[in-house]
Design a protein around this ligand. Structure first.
Ligand code: S3P
Length: 172
């Protein structure tokens, strides 16, 4: 079984994914890190040098390779990964995949993203918290219909341990 974590930027996908994989004693894969290793470039550099469309193609090909093998692992996606129909098709209604949406309140997302926007090309140009709030409000509104297609939605405005516990409770 593969466990796939999805959710907006800074929703804790990588942190929770790592911890969940440790708990389940299986491999953890961070899709963005996998892409960075393959390209030998940071995500922000891929956007800058090759553009978003190139990144999205790479993201799709990498996702496809990772979900089509039979390995038991935990995979954390990028915030935009499930928001394209070709990716969603690979993720939804697949018996060997468990998809989980880490749902975080908009206030927490904006607070975290404001501190961590430097390495996130979609928001790194945004200067003020007000502008960021406006951007995230619209962006999240567009993306929620994709995220909520995950099999489970997890309230992720909680401590790491509570989130892990709630995931284990839903899955087993
Ligand atoms: C993106 C999210 C990022 C990364 C890229 C695009 C998005 O991943 O894949 O910058 O479209 O939301 P994180 O969700 O890990 O920040």
């Amino acid at each position: 079984m593969k466990i796939i974590l999805l959710g907006y930027m800074t929703s804790g996908k990588s942190l929770i994914g790592k911890k969940l994989a440790q708990t389940l004693d299986c491999e953890f894969i961070d899709l963005d890190e996998w892409i960075e290793k393959k390209e030998k470039l940071k995500i922000s550099e891929i956007f800058k040098k090759r553009g978003e469309i190139y990144f999205r193609k790479l993201e799709h090909e990498t996702l496809k390779t990772l979900v089509l093998d039979t390995k038991r692992n935990v995979i954390s996606l990028g915030g935009g990964t499930p928001c394209y129909s070709n990716n969603l098709d690979l993720l939804i209604n697949k018996s060997d995949l468990k998809t989980l949406y880490l749902k975080v309140s908009m206030t927490n997302l904006v607070d975290r993203l404001f501190k961590e926007k430097k390495n996130r090309p979609l928001v790194s140009h945004i200067k003020t918290k007000e502008e960021l709030t406006e951007f995230v409000g619209k962006h999240l509104f567009e993306r929620i219909p994709f995220y909520t297609q995950a099999e489970f939605t997890i309230d992720a405005d909680r401590t790491e341990n509570e989130i892990i516990e709630s995931i284990l409770f839903k899955l087993f």
